[in-house]
Design a protein around this ligand. Structure first.
Ligand code: FE2
Length: 222
């Protein structure tokens, strides 16, 4: 059984880009529902997986999308929370050099990131990734799709493009949301650690493992 990870900051820490109200709905309702459904499906199937990554990779090969969608959305949201910080950082070191190499400078990445997210039709995610060989790239994925199933790419940051991520605070203005998000919230220290992992230094982020003990606090059928 997978637990709903707690936010790594206070609910009001990301204001005004993301309000306390948005984070309560987004984390406590949306993310929690994906985790609960994931646990219910695993329990019904009698499965006790060792990692969420293994669930996603296996489910991605099935025609039944329900398990994949809920597992991937559970993973994507946990990665999304890790992708943000209240510290208002700027990228440094090797990652800053890679950004300059791929996008000119941080402003070039900001512009491309917003354009990529605005140009994505419907729900999904916009990712900054490190590709095999070290180059950086922007990718978008639809609905629950993530980068785990897309070969040798390492996500550095992600922003949620589902309307529940921004509608309470920015209504239909996805562009304003993405511009404000990129300006204030990326966790560049996290992105730098992911970039280092993509270069073979350390391991990339993995979702917290399932709870081992049945008596542990769980989100699921009960
Ligand atoms: Fe979301």
């Amino acid at each position: 059984m997978f637990a709903l990870p707690e936010l790594p900051y206070a609910y009001d820490a990301l204001q005004p880009v993301m309000s306390d109200r948005t984070l309560h709905f987004h984390h406590d309702k949306h993310h929690a529902a994906y985790v609960k459904t994931l646990n219910d499906l695993l329990q019904a199937a009698g499965k006790s997986p060792s990692s969420l990554e293994s669930v996603i990779l296996e489910a991605s090969k099935s025609v039944d999308r329900k398990l994949f969608n809920n597992a991937a959305q559970a993973w994507n949201h946990s990665f999304f929370w890790a992708s943000m910080s209240e510290r208002r950082e700027r990228p440094a070191g090797e990652l800053a050099g890679a950004i300059n190499g791929a996008f000119g400078d941080l402003g070039g990445l900001a512009k491309a990131f917003v354009e990529e997210g605005v140009g994505h039709f419907g729900s999904g995610w916009v990712w900054l990734t490190a590709e095999r060989g070290g180059g950086l790239k922007l990718r978008t994925t639809h609905d629950a799709d993530d980068t785990l199933t897309q070969g040798e790419t390492t996500p550095l940051l992600v922003c949620d493009l589902w309307e529940h991520a921004y509608y309470l605070d920015h209504q239909n203005d996805r562009k304003a949301f993405l511009a404000a998000w990129f300006d204030a919230l990326p966790n560049w220290a996290f992105a730098a650690a992911q970039y280092a992992a993509a270069q073979g230094h350390g391991r990339p982020w993995r979702h917290p493992a399932p709870m081992p003990a049945p008596s542990a606090k769980m989100v699921g059928a009960g």
